[in-house]
Design a protein around this ligand. Structure first.
Ligand code: ASP
Ligand code: MG
Length: 412
């Protein structure tokens, strides 16, 4: 008998009818002989609605009270789901974070899970019940309700799968799996059958939205096989697994893009030890995450620094940097918000040279200028003018033949 954790997102439980449909789908798996734990999100739009109300009440809502409020979204769906299962002739019990209990730290609105008591869930599973657990929430040692940050139900599901040593964690969503790129801009985008945790981490952090990044890191740490699939079809989705489980790695498995960053350059700062710290310390003190950083070679004891920050933080970053630039007697601070970062990701890159240069050739053939380039073991990212994003993604998808089914097939 397999133990399976299934998580359904907000769009899958967005109405009474949808919750009923999820219940009958879960019952199907249960009747096939599996032990089932079901993690649910709030109904789609509900968390936003609750946060909106909180802001009407208080300019900066009290974090403890905000968690108490937003966690109610999931309380609604799990209890309705348990009723739906019972109405369909099955047996289910709902548990909130503190009823499980899912212990977290005290960081309200972005708490981290410290530990999970498996006993109560185990007890109900032994009684043959379907156990449904409210996603996204936990409890502190002092008994306060916490939430795990937006999209946190994925993490709840993976954490439960790890704690109860489940055979698989299935994340049900409104798409069929993880795609080679955004099907919205490239009609040749294809569903990926298998992808490694490391590739998924890169894709998730680079802007692919299917799976929450913290859930992927946790799955990697505890080796939980994750199956991302559609609530509305029975098609097999994408398996996110350890690299050792994938027979043959693709050179490039996915292409992502992000238009959420802006580029900033400080021109002609002294090329001395400590200058980078003077520039980036005030930025990080302001809680601004810097992504790519490039220090240009420069003559005469001076250098240029170019880096990217989230567009949302651009104005604040410019304000800070204008001050820093004055102190350092830099020549100027310039910025560009019309940029996009396009990245190719694949574990196969580790063992092959020339992937970056192939990417550069493709960009040059399309006449696309790259303003910045960074690489890691399994990724090459380039910053380009935002208006070329779609063109770049399609050209790279074609050139690296991501539309071909050259991934290993599942063994029978
Ligand atoms: N309901 C929460 C959110 O909207 C958690 C989740 O859905 O994963 O962010
Ligand atoms: Mg989600």
């Amino acid at each position: 008998m397999a133990l399976i954790v299934q998580k359904f997102g907000g769009t899958s439980v967005g109405s009474i009818e949808k919750i009923k449909a999820v219940a009958s789908r879960v019952l199907e798996s249960h009747r096939a002989g599996n032990r089932m734990i079901v993690v649910l999100s709030a109904m789609s739009g509900e968390t936003d609605r609750l946060i909106g109300m909180a802001h009407e009440m208080q300019h900066i809502p009290d974090p403890r009270e905000l968690d108490a409020l937003v966690s109610t979204g999931e309380q609604v769906t799990v209890s309705l789901f348990a009723m739906a299962v019972k109405a369909a002739g099955g047996d289910a019990v709902s548990l909130l974070g503190d009823q499980v209990a899912i212990h977290t730290d005290q960081m309200h609105t972005r708490a981290r899970i410290d530990s999970i008591d498996a006993a109560r869930i185990q007890h109900f599973l032994d009684q043959g019940k379907i156990v449904t657990v409210a996603g996204f929430q936990g409890v502190t040692d002092s008994g306060d309700i916490t939430t795990l940050g937006r999209g946190g139900s994925d993490t709840t599901a993976v954490a439960l799968a790890a704690a109860l040593k489940a055979d698989a964690c299935e994340i049900f969503t409104d798409v069929e799996g993880v795609f080679t790129t955004d099907p919205g801009i490239c009609d040749k985008a294809r569903k990926i059958d298998f992808i490694s945790y490391d590739e998924m981490l890169e894709l998730a952090s680079l802007g692919a939205k299917v799976l929450d990044i913290r859930a992927v890191s946790m799955a990697k740490r505890f080796k939980v096989p994750v199956h991302v699939r559609s609530t509305f079809t029975h098609t097999v989705g994408t398996w996110v697994v350890g690299e050792e489980k994938i027979m043959e790695s693709m050179l490039v498995s996915g292409i992502t893009y992000s238009k959420k960053e802006a580029r900033i350059t400080i021109k002609k700062v002294p090329d001395q030890p400590g200058i980078a710290a003077k520039i980036f310390l005030p930025i990080s003190d302001a809680g601004i995450l810097v992504d790519m950083i490039i220090q240009n070679a420069h003559d005469g004891g001076f250098t240029d620094m170019t880096f990217t920050v989230p567009k949302d933080d651009y104005a604040r970053a410019m304000e800070i940097l204008n001050k820093v630039a004055k102190e350092l007697h830099a020549e100027s601070v310039t910025g560009d918000q019309d940029i996009a970062k396009v990245s190719i990701v694949g574990v196969g890159m580790r063992n092959y040279a020339g992937i970056a240069s192939t990417m550069f050739q493709i960009m040059s053939k399309e006449g696309i200028n790259m303003m910045m380039v960074t690489t890691s073991e399994i990724k090459v990212s380039a910053v380009i003018a935002a208006k070329y994003t779609e063109l770049a993604v399609r050209a790279l998808h074609d050139a690296f033949a991501l539309d071909k089914d050259n991934l290993p097939q599942e063994e029978d």
